[in-house]
Design a protein. Structure first.
Lengths: 319, 377
């Protein structure tokens, strides 16, 4: 176990190094220079550009820039090129907003998919199962931005509540419960949209896992010895079907930084995805690279957690 | 004469019989064929100097007309009158005919899906089969040094420092000649001495490729695509290439897994005994046997590539205007969502139907091609 963890950590660090190199190369070798972003701005005189290039080491060769950048990142002193604010602080501000979406979306995904998947496995081939199957294909296939507009039209027309942004602007002094309701209405649609695809995929997966387990011999044995159907499903089958899902807890970690760009821009939600999008358009390389780096770290940590969890819950697995 | 006892069925016949039973997948196939024909027709009818349906005609006095409305012919010049005599899907905020624009966009969606997936499948099959077939072969130290030197030289050349780059490349070439010659000389002697360290196996081919897959999986894919597309000059080919280059990892893994089991089978041993070359064994004998999961993931990959392209167009990073794609029709129409909902709903529903058909078709293929799933569900 310990040797596995040690080996894995070394491997992950090497992977991370290559990720950092590749993302750096992709961004810096792309055509166009960050110092040319705004040629029409009268403040951008050649001296300004020169100072800008000096300040952010853009006049040095690439590998030295790489060194500077990751030294700054690891000591937490990277600053954005646009406003000289520390990048980590900016990301943290946005992260707090995205976290809401992530938490509500994840809770919705995990609480809805299991009942749906289990029920359609138990009544396999029935009307419910077929309906859910079609619905989940529907949810996987619908473009998120289109679905968002459909939902906005529906909710706005049916309930007459504002849904764009994080809260209604200029509400002034209102009682806390109304403010809370306002926040919930704003939160509901984007997180539901973020969860829709997840619910569809996860419930299909729950269904196929349940079917796999239900065809095992020990389930047949349980039925044969007269265990009530409820107990067969929930005690014998479900518990064994749950095994792979434990590992998926690790895999939801990367979603923390993801923050859907499209959904956040439609709902004017000041989250991380939108910050990344704005940074890309403004060629604010420190923000892009930092977010990319954090995302890679989360992916690696996620796979690591899921490997370890697998070993913990399933003693047959030896990595 | 002996006759076959059971009615023989060719592989395709059997596939077709099973496939037809799956109603949803069959529906998916039908829609896919229709979409294909529409896209071809769209390409033929909306391009060229004098297109049959002109998606670019601006009729400012006819803007935001609802679907199925008839044009006010008296206000329009003779070229501006729509061919069908009515606006089948309405007009947009510049009075352009949405039907013609949808026809034009269909071809973009189709090519983006197929080219992107084509690129990713080719990379996936090549890397996956090398990794599965040559997996155990080690990479020796001298090969590693060689590769590093060459990459460094090329990198320096590309970064603009010509003289050191060229020097390093020449040094790499000399090292190659030297190590080949040295190896030949050494092979004759029994003990290799200290230079033996150069030919020590350091890492296997399989490890290198699979670690590379891990590295690529670390990038949040939509974010990476967004970055590259935003930094590159806007062009549809860039989008196809970028989507292809960021989505081959799954295929590589499937192909590698298939190859690991196929490699041990008798027909491969037989081919090897006949003296068939390695590449021929890989691509003529093994790839056709490993293609089933690739086909499934490619079909579903087309669906997700179409969605990605639509998303990029929606963010305004896709195909540059005035060329219409389904994503940017929707994106332009979103400001009029309450006045002209058809501008949102027509492209949205079209994307939905096409993507849905690919997904259903792909899942159907998976069920039919995988004998283990056949009896179930």
């Amino acid at each position: 176990m310990l040797s596995f963890i040690a080996r894995n950590c070394v491997q992950k660090i090497i992977t991370l190094f290559f990720v950092s190199v590749i993302s750096f190369m992709v961004i810096y070798l792309a055509p166009g220079k960050p110092s040319q972003v705004d040629p029409l701005n009268p403040k951008f005189t050649p001296e300004m550009v020169e100072r800008f290039r000096k300040q952010f080491h853009l006049d040095k060769p690439l590998y030295i820039q790489y060194g500077y950048f990751y030294r700054d990142l690891l000591t937490g002193t990277t600053v954005s090129w646009k406003d000289n604010e520390p990048v980590l602080k900016k990301i943290w501000e946005r992260f707090k907003n995205s976290l809401w979406l992530f938490v509500v979306g994840t809770v919705l995904t995990w609480t809805l998919s299991f009942p749906i998947g289990i029920r359609s496995a138990i009544f396999r081939g029935g009307a419910y199962d077929r309906g859910v199957t079609f619905l989940s294909y529907f949810l996987i296939s619908i473009p998120g931005f289109f679905f968002a507009y459909v939902l906005i039209i529906l909710v706005v027309n049916a309930f007459h509540v504002p849904v764009i942004g994080m809260e209604t602007f200029g509400l002034g002094d209102i009682p806390w419960y109304r403010q809370g309701m306002d926040r919930i209405w704003h939160l509901l649609l984007p997180s539901l949209l973020g969860a829709a695809g997840g619910i569809a995929i996860l419930s299909r997966y729950v269904r196929s896992q349940m079917l796999e387990v239900e065809s095992q011999d020990y389930v047949r044995t349980a039925r044969a010895k007269g265990v009530p159907e409820e107990q067969v499903h929930y005690k014998h089958a479900l518990r064994n079907a749950l095994l792979p899902f434990v590992t998926m807890f690790g895999l939801i970690l990367p979603g923390l930084i993801g923050g859907s760009v499209i959904i956040e821009s439609i709902f004017a939600w000041p989250g991380m995805g939108r910050m990344a999008y704005e940074a890309i358009l403004a060629r604010d390389y420190p923000i892009i690279l930092t977010e990319n780096f954090i995302a890679a770290v989360l992916v690696l940590v996620g796979t690591f957690v899921s490997d370890v969890l697998y070993m913990v819950v399933d003693p047959r697995i030896r990595l | 004469m002996e006759k076959p006892l059971a009615p023989r069925e060719s592989k395709w016949r059997e596939f077709w019989r099973l496939f037809k039973k799956n109603k949803l997948a069959f529906l998916g196939l039908v829609i896919f064929v229709l979409f294909f024909l529409t896209a071809l027709a769209g390409l033929a009818l909306t391009s060229g100097p004098k297109p049959f349906f002109d998606p670019a005609v601006v009729r400012l006095e006819e803007k935001l007309r609802s679907p199925l409305s008839t044009p006010h012919k008296e206000n329009l010049s003779s070229q501006a009158i729509p061919r069908l005599g009515l606006y089948l899907f309405g007009t947009d905020e510049l009075g352009r005919d949405v039907f013609s624009r949808m026809m034009q966009g269909a071809w973009i969606s189709l090519t983006v899906g197929f080219v992107a997936v084509g690129i990713s499948v080719i990379i996936g099959i090549i890397l996956g089969s090398i990794s599965g077939y040559y997996g155990q072969n080690g990479i020796t130290a001298d090969q590693m040094i060689e590769a590093l030197v060459l990459i460094l030289g090329l990198g320096l050349l590309m970064a603009g420092t010509l003289i050191p780059g060229a020097l390093i490349l020449i040094a790499g070439g000399l090292f190659f000649v030297f190590s080949q010659g040295w190896k030949k000389r050494m092979r004759k002697r029994a003990e290799t001495g200290w230079t033996g360290i150069l030919w020590m196996r350091i890492i296997s081919v399989d490890t290198v490729i699979m670690r590379f897959v891990d590295i690529m999986l670390c990038f949040p894919s939509f974010f990476l695509i967004l970055t590259v597309v935003a930094l590159m000059p806007p062009s549809i080919y860039n989008i196809m290439i970028v989507i292809g280059l960021t989505s081959w990892m799954g295929t590589t893994r499937f192909v590698r897994a298939e190859f690991l089991s196929l490699r041990e089978q008798d027909f491969v041993t037989a081919a090897r005994a006949l003296g068939v070359s390695n590449w021929r064994i890989m691509f003529r004998h093994m790839v056709p046997n490993a293609i089933a999961p690739v086909l499934v993931s490619a079909t579903i990959g087309i669906a997700s590539a179409i969605l990605t392209e639509a998303g990029l167009s929606f963010l305004g990073l896709g195909v540059p205007p005035p060329h219409a794609t389904w994503g940017n029709i929707l994106s332009d129409g979103k400001s009029f969502i309450f006045d002209a909902p058809w501008l949102t709903f027509i492209p949205g529903v079209a994307i939905l139907i096409v993507v849905l058909s690919f997904n259903l078709f792909g899942e159907g293929l998976r069920d039919v091609l995988n004998p283990r799933l056949r009896e179930r569900s």
